[in-house]
Ligand binder design. Structure first.
Ligand code: NI
Length: 167
């Protein structure tokens, strides 16, 4: 199990680096990220969330039409529409907010064999992918919220941290 980095950790706020070489170390990392994601009951996990500032994420939205997938060096090549939907994040446990994002996207990247990958996504899959790519750019879902909503969530977060430190 990998440790999940929480809000406040600087690794979550930096731009992750392109993966130069897809090797066994990277595949091992992806495997451990999948395990961590399943244990924590998330649908996506980006490498910076486990302290590795590299452009890699894993996802499994648990729907028949979408297979579990690891994506290296993802780039959004097309996007259209707009949709609001609730998001949470393993790095901000307990917080949920409605985020507006393009409804449909196409991304390109590489799989863990270094083969080119192209994914057309809509609905939850599109949302999950955009949320994970944001992590690679140091962006968290709360950054997309209105200042008031963000403030509300952050005060909830601080309260929660205080309660935990008292335990
Ligand atoms: Ni997240």
């Amino acid at each position: 199990m990998l440790d999940i980095r929480l809000l406040g950790d600087s690794v979550l706020r930096q731009r992750a680096e392109e993966v130069e070489e897809i090797d066994d170390d990277l595949r091992q990392l992806a495997e451990e990220m999948f395990e961590t994601m399943y244990t924590e009951e998330g649908i996506g996990l980006a490498a910076p969330q486990v302290g590795v500032p590299k452009r890699l994420f894993v996802m499994d939205i648990r729907e028949d039409e979408a297979e579990p997938q690891a994506v290296v060096n993802p780039v959004v090549v097309e996007q259209s529409g707009s949709e609001r939907g609730e998001e949470g994040c393993l790095s901000l446990p307990g917080l949920i907010g409605a985020v507006e994002r393009p409804a449909k996207i196409v991304i390109e990247g590489l799989d863990l064999d270094g083969k080119p990958l192209r994914i057309e996504a809509s609905d939850l899959l599109a949302r999950c992918i955009q949320h994970e790519i944001d992590h690679l750019d140091g962006i968290l879902f709360i950054d997309h919220l209105s200042p008031i909503k963000r403030k509300m969530l952050l005060s909830k977060w601080k309260k929660r941290l205080k309660e935990e430190s008292r335990r």
